[in-house]
Unconditional design. Structure first.
Length: 383
């Protein structure tokens, strides 16, 4: 087979969930498959995190915007390569592509009611682009992959897809996520403290940043500001934090809340290892890779009882209603003081992550490529 994989953003320096999924899947495919020929289509970037191998070729495609990159640049490159299968990995695909298409549809959050406006123009434009493109390309897909049982059911119900057209393949977690013995030098780049809660929050409303900060304030006031563990917030800048502090009247706890901005992926294991607990109180996730990353580092996890998070967190996570700030505050206090609870969550987290690996992800993805290829060649033979 000749297989083309869209991996547009893997060379950018600040990678997020979907970028890591395709990057790690390709790396495992390189170890797994020496027979088929692959063309990895990327946008130029500074982080050359993937190397070519004899049967894996990297093709750089340059255009000024993502829609143009996908609808024109990617399509033009694919038409030159003439692959047997095209795998688009980030929810959308070219509208006029005639190559048999595999689509990874991570979620359909963009088709659901929003809890307020996203905090950036980039997020809003992405939202509307997906809302416009996805319904139009689904009927062209030979196979649709999503990332959890929850999301698979959600997509089937919302978009009326038959069960034979969509399947879920779990994500994994990278091998560098494990307890880090000498974590303090790395942690102190982001926070001048050895014990803290760690929260991934950003401007996307689904991350539930405002409620989580209010819950933290309730915890800190209850135990006393001098005794409260500080909170490290990643993926949020100072301006957005200050806006939340002002809007929620959190001035008294502001000195305990620290924003780090983007934390490099290579530094995350040390931050997880140092944290007393990882707080992932999102309103809606299709998978939640950080849950696995935290557990792999031996970090107790507090996450939401909604969408895919109970499925992925399993017995290794402490669940909470993400709309209930008082419950969140109570569990933060428990995590801060109850060593037996934390030790139980650590042990159960290590057990839970045994269900997930990028090797298994890649094996399943390769089977999808083979299925689509055989379906296409069988159809050609009949014609």
């Amino acid at each position: 087979m000749k297989i083309a994989i869209e991996a547009q953003r893997i060379f950018r320096e600040k990678k997020h969930g979907m970028d890591m999924v395709v990057l790690e899947t390709i790396r495992e495919l390189q170890n797994l498959d020496m027979q088929n020929e692959y063309f990895v289509l990327v946008s130029p970037g500074k982080d050359r995190c993937l190397e070519e191998t004899p049967n894996f070729h990297i093709i750089e495609v340059t255009t000024p915007s993502y829609p143009l990159w996908e609808q024109y640049g990617l399509l033009h490159a694919v038409n030159r390569i003439k692959p047997d299968v095209l795998h688009c990995t980030s929810n959308t695909a070219p509208l006029f592509c005639k190559i048999p298409l595999v689509l990874t549809l991570h979620d359909i959050i963009f088709l659901e009611p929003r809890e307020g406006s996203a905090g950036s123009l980039y997020q809003n434009l992405g939202w509307y682009y997906r809302k416009c493109i996805v319904p139009r390309i689904l009927k062209k897909c030979s196979k649709i992959i999503t990332v959890s049982q929850f999301e698979c059911r959600r997509i089937q119900e919302k978009l009326h897809l038959s069960a034979d057209r969509i399947m879920y393949i779990y994500n994994g977690f990278s091998s560098h996520f494990h307890p880090v013995p000498d974590f303090l030098p790395i942690v102190h780049r982001y926070l001048d403290s050895d014990h803290f809660f760690f929260f991934l929050g950003n401007t996307d409303p689904k991350k539930n940043t405002a409620r989580t900060l209010k819950a933290y304030a309730l915890y800190a006031r209850r135990v006393g500001l001098e005794q409260a563990l500080p909170l490290l917030v990643a993926d949020l800048d100072k301006d957005h934090l200050e806006a939340h502090i002002k809007a929620e009247e959190l001035d008294d706890v502001a000195k305990l809340i620290h924003v780090s901005g983007y934390i490099a992926n290579k530094d995350l294991p040390a931050v997880f290892t140092a944290a007393r607990a990882f707080v992932y109180t999102s309103l809606r996730e299709s998978f939640g890779i950080p849950l696995l990353e935290a557990m792999a580092c031996g970090t107790p996890v507090l996450t939401s009882n909604t969408s895919s998070m109970p499925e992925i967190g399993g017995d290794g996570a402490l669940l909470v209603d993400p709309f209930n700030e008082w419950d969140m505050a109570f569990l933060l206090e428990s995590l801060a003081t109850d060593d037996l609870l934390c030790e139980r969550l650590r042990k159960q987290g290590f057990e839970n992550i045994k269900r997930f690996s990028w090797k298994h992800t890649a094996e399943c993805v390769l089977e999808v490529y083979k299925e689509v290829y055989h379906q296409t060649t069988s159809k050609d033979d009949r014609n």
